[in-house]
Ligand binder design. Sequence first.
Ligand SMILES: [Zn+2]
Length: 407
Amino acid sequence: MDIVERFLNYVSFDTQSAEDSQTVPSTAKQLDFAKYLRDELKDEGFDDVEMDDNGYVYATLKSNIKKEVPTIGFISHYDTSPDCSGKDVKPRIVKNYDGKDIELSPGIISSTKKFPELLQHVGEDLIVTDGHTLLGADDKAGIAEIVQAMCWLRDHKEIPHGDIRMGFNPDEEIGMGAHHFDVEKFGCEWAYTMDGGDLGDLEFENFNAASAKINIKGVSVHPGYAKGKMINANRLAAEFAAMLPADETPETTEGYEGFYHLLGIESNIENAKLSYIIRDHDRDKFEERKAFIEKCVVEMNKKYGEGTVTADVKDQYYNMKEMIDPKMHVIDIVLKAMQDSGVPPKVEPIRGGTDGAQLSFKGLPCPNIFAGGVNFHGPYEFISVQVMEKAMQVIVKICEITAEYND
Ligand SMILES: [Zn+2]
């Protein structure tokens, strides 16, 4: 089976995950795919093939050398975004793309004006949708690349490699992919998620993240007789919001710049609640931001009385770079693999979190590599066949380089 066939097979399954579900995985239909994948991995002759009760699928390509080398893993998620239907995906291959607008269905145009990313792929074969569903390259492309790379290594015994683990999980799109990932059973020194975007993407830095809930207690008094008595929580909420720097918000920052983001205000005269998220790549600056919130609380209370304002600040996740820094060979190996495959690396900080960050803090350093999909989570999603093939090549190279790693 070639990589395209494999991929098209995978996207024929509807594996949309769902927010606010109480089950694992969040939707039962994901298990249909998990079972199919488990059987396929068995048929391909891999070892330790298993699907656990939560729908996590694991398998091994056994080492073909005597020497001890690190066991590494490749991970991707099989659910698709709740934002857009992934049912009855009707993919089409646009061969030798000519750089013009693509009509997905009558009246539904993927235009180069709206999606200039298309122009990076002139001359390649693009897999597109019919404009009514997403494609599911996020992240079934990752699965196809991993499985195809492992099959290739299985068939090319002259390429030395250690034990390589595969892990495929549900529910990444609802932020639950890493929760039930069995890092111990996976048994890898490090791993890579194949879940990045276009050719060359390599991500190993994400935000440190916290939430802050600010509670304000007011005092309601008849407005005609309120002098010196009323504390209007509405007004205090506005005052608090104004204390945070106006130029450190999502809409005024990019790259490595962190922010405070006001998600919502609920208020009346007696009570107000402000809900914030705090984000920064730099751990020290992140701690400073949380401390600044506390400082604002102290100042408000000095002015309006102790206990008027309280803050509940909770850490959500951390920058995986902290876990990867002591093991930079995990990155060096990818960079070398990309170089050997003729792929120019594009290293960018993630302005969000990833499953890889959670896995990194569970003890499995886990950078994210391109899988090739573009315009995720919507009907204009597409992927280049040639980029998928490059991703597969990078996986093979990583295995090969890791086998020489201790030399
Ligand atoms: Zn993804």
